[in-house]
Design a protein around this ligand. Structure first.
Ligand SMILES: C[S@@+](CC[C@H](N)C(=O)[O-])C[C@H]1O[C@@H](n2cnc3c(N)ncnc32)[C@H](O)[C@@H]1O
Length: 279
């Protein structure tokens, strides 16, 4: 189910890129109904639309059939939040969201892999934690930028889905207080842009919590775009730029899912989400 959903979503995004005639700062699509290509729980699909409708970064939506899939196109602007997010001394990654349906697919993958808690590290507007919560997982949505956390709280109140927004520097956060059993950490950013600092600091903190690592997963957002690997050959690009962190920390890749994100809208290859576990 996860693999098929991901493949169909990548195709939908490619068709949408060709069909889109607007000039909005960001844009994404959500299918309007359950279908063979998108056999989603209808209640969950409704809640994904709720997330977009309650989210002030989107200012417009309209119906359009993309390929054969009737969709709602959402247009938005993240400029103000992007600027706020780079103003922090503790910021290791500016705000760029994944697509809402991509957030749902990776949350579903986390659930299928048996994880019980999702920690969205650098959670932006909270979409990964929101999706994990509607799938019944326990969530912690950690974001350093206050305006984004306020936005998350707004969505929490208006949707009545409490995905647990926390305004904190993920590098300083005390994870041992959370009593985690089987957590997966989603690292919100590319290795080349500072995501590696977030990942390494969290792994160091996990070293201090007895017995936690054997049940813990780390999921990295990678890239295969050559612009992030100037002058390097395919070896440097392997694991989407996370090879060094994976090897150094004795992590094992258990699944890779390629999905659309806002930052790959105009790119032919989408974002690999690399699920790893400690060996
Ligand atoms: C690329 S965005 C990812 C957002 C979200 N995870 C998603 O996929 O839609 C990265 C986010 O990490 C946040 N961030 C950067 N450094 C952080 C830190 N030290 N602690 C917590 N959040 C941080 C930024 O403010 C930004 O919102």
């Amino acid at each position: 189910m996860v693999e098929n959903l991901a493949r169909n979503l990548v195709q939908l995004k490619q068709d949408f890129t060709v069909a889109y005639e607007g000039n909005s700062h960001i844009q994404e699509v959500l299918p309007l109904t359950k279908s063979d290509l998108f056999p989603l729980d209808e209640n969950h699909l409704e809640l994904l639309h709720e997330f977009a409708k309650k989210n002030p970064i989107y200012y417009n939506s309209y119906e359009q059939t993309i390929g054969k899939v009737p969709c709602l196109v959402y247009e938005g602007d993240i400029n103000e939040y992007w600027l706020n997010s780079i103003s922090h001394g503790a910021s290791y990654q500016p705000f760029y969201p994944t697509w809402i349906l991509s957030a749902y697919v990776i949350s579903l993958a986390a659930k299928n892999l048996g994880f019980k808690e999702v920690l969205d590290i650098g959670s932006g507007d909270g979409r990964i934690a929101y999706c994990a919560r509607i799938l019944g997982l326990e969530t912690f949505s950690i974001e350093v930028e206050e305006s984004l956390v306020n936005l998350q709280k707004l969505i929490t109140i208006s949707s009545r889905i409490d995905f647990n927004p926390k305004c904190a520097d993920a590098v300083e956060f005390n994870y041992s207080d959370l009593n985690l059993q089987s957590p997966v950490f989603f690292i919100g950013g590319l290795a080349q842009m500072g995501g590696d600092i977030l990942a390494n600091s969290i792994i160091e903190k996990l070293n201090e919590i007895p017995d936690i690592k054997k049940n813990t997963g780390i999921t990295f957002a990678g890239t295969y775009s050559k612009k992030y690997f100037p002058g390097t050959m395919s070896e440097g690009m392997s694991e989407g730029g996370w090879k060094t962190v994976i090897e150094k920390n004795n992590l094992k890749v258990i699944q890779t899912i390629i999905l659309p994100t806002v930052w790959t809208f105009d790119q032919p290859v989408d974002t690999p989400y690399i699920f790893t576990k400690f060996q």
